[in-house]
Each structure stands twice: as C-alpha cells, then as structure tokens.
Design a protein around this ligand. Structure first.
Ligand code: MLT
Length: 324
C-alpha cells in the first residue's frame, strides 16, 4: 500500500514538474543546431529568425553550427538532446528527408523527432565560376557535355540540398558531375568565386549577392516563376530545361517526447518571426519564399516531410550514393 502511494506521488511530482517546466518555458537560453557551416544559407536564415524569436520567447536563441556528413551529424545531435525544448534542430529537404535514403543514420527522421514549424523555401539556382565559357544555360549544358572529364560541383556533402539538386540535375540532363563536398555551401561558394570549382546548384539565398556583384554567373532558377529579387535570371523552363523544378524547404524539429505546450511556444515564436514585416523583408530580399499561412502548424510540417520522403527517396535510392 505504502509503495503504491509513493509511486503515485513520484508520478504526480514528475508530471507536475513537466507541466511546470512547460508552463514557465523558457527559463534560460535555447540553442538551435544548424547542421551546416556558418555564413551559409541555412545559417543566415536561422540567425535572422533567432534574433526575432527571442522577443516572443523572452530568452536568447543561440545558433550552434554542428557540421558534417551532409548535415546528419547536426541532426543527430538534436535527436540525442533532452526533450525539454532547449535544443532545437534546424533541417531541410536534405537533412530531414534525403539523408534517410543515403546514410545509416542511427536515428529515424520521423520517429525520433517532433516537427515544430515549416520555414521559408529557397528556389535553387544554377551558378558557375566566371571563367566558364558559357553565357546561357544551353551553352553551359553544351560545355558540360563536351568536357573530357566531369565538371566539379560544390556541395554541402552527400545528402545535402546542393547534392540532391546536383543528382536531380544529372538525372534530367544525363550529364555526370564530380562532387566536391564542403561543410556547407557558404565555403563552397567562396571556392566558386575563387574559381576553384566549376558549378554549384545552390540555394538562391546563398548565391544571390555574389551574382549581383558579378563574381559568379547565374544561368537559371529551378522554379516555375522568376525570383522577384533577381528578375533577370530566367527559369529553367524559359532557359530550355523544362520541368527541372526544385525548391529547398527548411524546418525546425525537437527531440521526440518534447511536451506539446513547449512545441506550441516554439512554433508561436517562429510564426511571429515569419509574420514580422522587417524579418520578411530580410528573408525575401534573399529570394526566400514564405510558407503558406495554413502550413505553419507542427502537424503540417510532419505531413509535408512524409510526403517529401515518398517523393524523393526513389530517385535518391536509384542514384545509389556511396558514403563512407
Ligand atoms: C547550407 O546552409 O550550407 C546548406 O543548407 C547546404 C545544403 O544543403 O546544400
């Protein structure tokens, strides 16, 4: 009898404790793990959002870059963190969809994480170093086809957005690429500007300023409509690669088992940031596209991730990507 009362009491205390934690969340800084290098597109977007999220949460939101293995190391760190809301994982089509079809992750992208919110998406852009003798996508494809050896394409590692975009590009053009992995497309872009690699199928938000500066050349964006902030760059349909469409969407996840109330607080803070006109201007100026209002619930991200897994895994598995 005494033992049962003690067990019940302990459970009550634990529940009480958890409820109290959720109620007072947050009481200290929150860390968002970005699985790619600082200065790249994922990092840039998350730092803009984190700055505004702290207003709603009343606590600092730190960004920690944990890089490697196409972002799977950073996501793994988030998966293994305490389900208390203080560690949040940034991810995208690459890390939270593609990597599940490429790596033996040691965690399950759906079963071990709870979705928080869908973040802006990024049309991809085909860019090259300025030394490439091509002024249009047709000329670029001819140059790539005529090369005796595959051109070098910068990526953020196997499974990353830039790698999946490269695989898709190979798929629709029949052109083989030699991938050069970096810890993010931030450092890859530096090497493209320096002429060390030939091309990147990059996120527009990463390359747009270097294109504007004339330091690299852009050929097309992989969206059905032109990017408002770069109206002179044609779409792949207009440039002769019809149907080659891809936008890289991102999101936030927390370790499985994080209390629903805490997920709701984090979701509120992210939605407030996305609705903030100054934040929207910063993100849209990079060519980022805001998610639809009805797509901003945790459930919407969960459903979207599952749909994207069904869509992309067949192509990725067929590419038979080799990782150590
Ligand atoms: C990055 O921030 O470096 C990117 O998200 C990498 C990628 O997935 O291509």
């Amino acid at each position: 009898m005494r033992r049962t009362v003690l067990v019940a009491l302990a459970a009550l205390l634990a529940f009480g404790g958890k409820a109290a934690c959720a109620e007072n969340f947050p009481t200290h800084p929150i860390t968002v793990i970005v699985p790619f290098a600082a200065g790249g597109p994922s990092d840039a977007m998350m730092r803009i959002l984190a700055e505004r999220m702290k207003t709603t949460l009343g606590e600092t939101v730190l960004v920690e870059n944990v890089t490697g293995a196409g972002g799977s190391l950073g996501v793994g760190r988030a998966v293994r963190s305490a389900p208390d809301g203080y560690t949040v994982g940034f991810g995208h089509l690459g890390t939270n969809v593609a990597n599940g079809a490429i790596y033996k992750l040691g965690y399950d992208l759906v079963a071990d994480l709870d979705p928080v919110v869908l973040l802006p998406s990024n049309p991809m852009i085909i860019v090259s170093k300025n030394a490439v003798p091509a002024k249009s996508l047709a000329e670029l494809l001819a140059w790539l086809k005529a090369r005796p050896t595959p051109a070098t394409a910068g990526t953020a590692g196997a499974g990353s957005g830039s790698h999946i975009a490269g695989l898709y590009f190979e798929n629709v053009t029949g052109i083989k690429l030699q991938y050069v992995p970096y810890r993010g497309t931030g450092p890859a872009l530096n090497d493209l500007v320096a002429g060390q690699i030939d091309i990147i199928v990059d996120q527009t938000s990463n390359s747009i300023n270097q294109v504007r500066g004339g330091n690299i050349r852009a050929y097309a964006v992989t969206d059905e409509k032109r990017v408002a902030q770069a109206p002179d760059i044609p779409t792949t349909d207009e440039a002769g690669l019809s149907g080659f469409h891809m936008t890289l969407w991102s999101g936030l996840w927390v370790p499985k088992g994080t209390p629903k109330e805490i997920i709701a607080r984090l979701n509120d803070a992210a939605v407030d940031a996305l609705n903030d006109p100054a934040v929207r201007r910063q993100l849209e100026n990079l060519g980022l596209q805001m998610p639809a209002k009805d797509q901003l619930t945790p459930e919407a991200l969960g459903a979207w991730q599952q749909a994207e897994i069904a869509k992309w895994w067949p192509m990725i598995k067929a590419a038979n990507v080799k990782v150590e």
